[in-house]
Design a protein around this ligand. Structure first.
Ligand SMILES: NC(=O)c1ccc[n+]([C@@H]2O[C@H](COP(=O)([O-])OP(=O)(O)OC[C@H]3O[C@@H](n4cnc5c(N)ncnc54)[C@H](OP(=O)(O)O)[C@@H]3O)[C@@H](O)[C@H]2O)c1
Length: 317
């Protein structure tokens, strides 16, 4: 037997066991993933999200359109009384009336502009005395079009507005509502991050970073308050057909807000960090497989062509 053959013979058995152990590990991981997926996406029913289990009132920011309005509808359907917070009183009245008459639940409205930071004592006053079981930190804004950081129109005020709406609102609303949830040892805070917060998105830099903040804030806070009985969930949707995304025709991967929220609410108590909707979870899984540099340059290319289209429309229009 030659020297090389002897070496091969010596490593044959360890290599076989290493291969077998790796295959077993991947099989166990795949089965675990499939079973958890089955539990979340097919057996989950959001049974926990009820006034009896969490508290009578739900508070929704950005409640008059899109995903926020869909949460109002779904929480109303589940019997919660609802506090709606958005800018425009007329729109608030319309949505509140609709949910009251459809589900016979109580509502309260607070008109507040989250681009300001002096609104929170008024909100605190409006929420005083209510047993709040659910807070949906939904309000958020994005760019009108993808743009280089230094070329964003009115950059100075844009930064303040986006930070106040996308970040400060989440921290301040949590500051106001969390203490009573901790006292009662129950409650759920549902924070709308975004798939844009899972990976850095060039040309949407401030938005993407603000949503990563929401995601980190939620995960860290959940770790702090899990033992106090409070659920804090980070929700990371891909596109949903709303005014913000400018998508008019819903598709399977770009659902209506109602369809998205019905799915997302079923994950409460099952996933602390969720894409909220099976097709979005699959998209996140595929994105995770890509090398991040490849993903970032793909997004940069897509952003550049959207930017070019938007700017040329502005010129011709
Ligand atoms: N749509 C998507 O594809 C998508 C994807 C990932 C994550 N998200 C996140 O989901 C959340 C909701 O998005 P959406 O698409 O449903 O948005 P949307 O359709 O634009 O609705 C935004 C809501 O926020 C309110 N609002 C906007 N600016 C406000 C301000 N300064 N003060 C108070 N209220 C304000 C709007 O009502 P008024 O204008 O009447 O105030 C409206 O009710 C956001 O945090 C967003 O980042 C959305």
């Amino acid at each position: 037997m030659s020297g090389a053959e002897a070496v091969l013979k010596a490593v044959e058995a360890p290599l076989f066991w290493l291969g077998a152990a790796t295959a077993a590990w991947f099989s166990v991981c795949t089965v675990y993933r499939l079973l958890s997926g089955l539990r979340v996406w097919f057996l989950g029913n959001g049974r926990l999200v009820s006034p009896a289990k969490l508290g009578q009132w739900a508070v929704v920011t950005g409640a008059t359109d899109g995903i926020g309005k869909a949460y109002v509808e779904e929480l109303g359907r589940r019997g919660f009384s609802i506090v709606l917070i958005s800018r425009s009183q007329d729109k608030l009245d319309d949505v509140a009336k609709a949910v009251e008459s459809k589900y016979g639940v109580q509502t309260k409205t607070i008109a507040a502009d989250f681009s300001s930071v002096d609104i929170y004592s008024n909100i605190e006053e409006g929420l005083r005395g209510l047993e709040i079981g659910v807070l949906v930190n939904n309000v958020g804004i994005s760019y009108s079009y993808p743009e280089f950081f230094l070329s964003i129109p009115n950059l100075n005020s844009f930064i303040d507005t986006m930070v106040n709406i996308n970040i400060t609102s989440v921290c301040q609303m949590t500051r106001i509502v969390l203490p009573q949830m901790v006292d009662r040892k129950k409650g759920a805070i549902l924070n709308l991050s975004s798939a844009s917060g899972m990976n850095p998105l060039p040309l949407l830099t401030i938005y993407s970073a603000s949503k990563a903040f929401v995601d980190f804030f939620s995960q860290a806070l959940q770790t702090e308050y899990k033992s106090k009985g409070v659920i804090i969930q980070s929700i990371l949707p891909f596109y949903v057909a709303t005014k913000m995304s400018k998508i008019r025709r819903p598709t399977l991967d770009k659902p209506t807000p109602e369809r998205y929220v019905r799915a997302a609410i079923n994950t409460v108590g099952l996933q602390e960090r969720t894409n909220g909707y099976l097709p979005h979870a699959i998209m996140a899984w595929v994105t995770d497989l890509l090398p991040s540099s490849l993903f970032r340059s793909y997004v940069m290319g897509m952003g550049l062509s959207q930017r070019a289209r938007y700017l040329s429309k502005q010129k011709t229009g």
